[in-house]
Design a protein around this ligand. Structure first.
Ligand code: MG
Length: 176
């Protein structure tokens, strides 16, 4: 049995994850416009991961016999002035999402909802990885993108990222 507060928080988080996907799609669009196909690819993979996060939350609500609610997703309004802007936006955004996830974890503890606490722990770990990935990207950009050759190589490296669905998410989505 999940409390209304927890169900509301989880439904709200579904919208936040789809919004993240939308935001990262706008980053991919920017890089595609600029001809940086590798950077665009990196964000395109990120889009798929964010959709997975939303669907994983949905599957949890379904498996607990709770009503899933879908809210409006705002169009991204960010404008990018240079190639580094989307990378900094991504780190700032992931830090914000970490706060949201921690709020759900905290609420689950307060409500003695140990099932949701266990479920949301996957997201706590995931957020650590998201922040680490974004920080590494910014470091790589600062270190290597200062010359056309460096930017070219970094774009190639980012083009090698492939989407691999988490086994945990895949298992949950098979069922719900
Ligand atoms: Mg996410």
């Amino acid at each position: 049995m999940l409390s209304k507060k927890i169900v509301d928080l989880l439904n709200n988080q579904i919208q936040k994850e789809f919004h993240s996907a939308y935001l990262y799609l706008s980053c991919a669009n920017y890089y595609d416009e600029k001809g940086l196909k590798g950077f665009a690819n990196w964000f395109h993979v990120q889009v798929k991961e964010e959709v997975d996060h939303a669907l994983y939350l949905r599957a949890y609500l379904v498996s607990n016999n709770q009503k899933v609610e879908l809210f409006d997703i705002e169009a991204p309004t960010e404008t990018f002035n240079n190639f580094k802007d989307p990378l900094e936006l991504a780190l700032k955004h992931e830090e914000y999402v970490t706060k949201l996830i921690h709020e759900i974890y905290h609420a689950a503890l307060e409500e003695h909802d140990y099932r949701t606490k266990d479920f949301i722990t996957w997201f706590v770990t995931e957020q650590g990885e998201e922040e680490e990935n974004c920080t590494e990207l910014i470091q790589n950009y600062d270190l290597f993108a200062g010359t056309p050759q460096g930017l070219y190589q970094l774009d190639k490296d980012m083009g090698a990222r492939t989407y691999v669905q988490s086994a945990t998410v895949a298992a949950a989505l098979t069922k719900n």
